[in-house]
Design a protein around this ligand. Structure first.
Ligand SMILES: Cc1cc2nc3c(=O)[nH]c(=O)nc-3n(C[C@H](O)[C@H](O)[C@H](O)COP(=O)(O)O)c2cc1C
Length: 203
């Protein structure tokens, strides 16, 4: 099949785009506003966008609290969402009134970060402490402003649960990170689904 992505004439019961651009890693983002209210929410429009130093990005569909808080205080933490935390992670996507902590609501513990104000999720097996670089409102090819906000940050500090560092390598599969597919679907990386391929040398 083929469909026009602007006309969205796929004829399917649900837009298939998120099922095609996936599974996507989940940035489970903690941030604070100037008052010190903590926000924790998952973003699957999330990825690493550069290295030396590492730059990460997430995109918010609507000017949500995470973007508002980060614009105010210029810092955030990306926590790793894993299989054991899947229910808690999902709970933190609930729309709560401002000032009510998603961490408490999901039964999670805040651990202090080292270099930034927002706490990290103590239960997360890895967390990236970031400083804000930019917030960009996206627009279409016609130049029409969208209600989609792209936030970039530079990774300043990295937490890794030492249990998952083996022989000098991080055992990603053992952490069982979860990823977002389309619809209500998720995927989980496990040792069984891991494979390695050496990069080709110059042909
Ligand atoms: C796994 C998962 C991934 C999500 N990814 C995004 C995303 O990439 N962009 C977005 O705007 N919302 C995303 N959401 C929804 C937000 O997490 C949710 O709207 C947010 O937590 C609302 O909180 P707030 O009102 O405090 O900002 C996602 C939800 C889940 C469960």
């Amino acid at each position: 099949m083929f469909f026009d992505a602007v006309a969205n004439d796929h004829g399917l019961p649900h837009n298939p785009m998120k099922a095609l651009i996936g599974p996507r890693p989940i940035g489970w983002i903690t941030c604070v506003n100037a008052r010190g209210d903590v926000n924790l929410s998952p973003y699957s429009f999330f990825n690493a966008m550069g290295e030396n130093p590492f730059i990460v990005a997430f995109s918010s569909n609507g000017y949500k609290d995470a973007v508002a808080f980060i614009d105010e205080t210029k810092e955030f933490v990306c926590n790793l969402a894993t299989w054991d935390l899947r229910e808690a992670m999902n709970k933190t996507s609930a729309p709560l009134e401002r000032g009510r902590s998603e961490l408490d609501y999901a039964g999670l513990t805040a651990a202090p970060s080292r270099l930034v104000k927002p706490p990290r999720v103590a239960e997360a097996k890895a967390a990236l402490e970031c400083r804000w670089l930019s917030t960009t409102r996206l627009s279409t090819v016609e130049g029409v402003a969208m209600d989609q906000w792209l936030v970039l940050g530079q990774v300043m500090g990295v937490h890794i649960d030492d249990d998952f560092v083996k022989d000098g390598l991080v055992d990603t599969a053992a952490m069982r990170p979860i990823m977002r597919g389309g619809y209500m679907d998720y995927f989980v990386a496990t040792p069984e689904t891991k494979f390695s391929i050496a990069r080709p040398t110059r042909a």
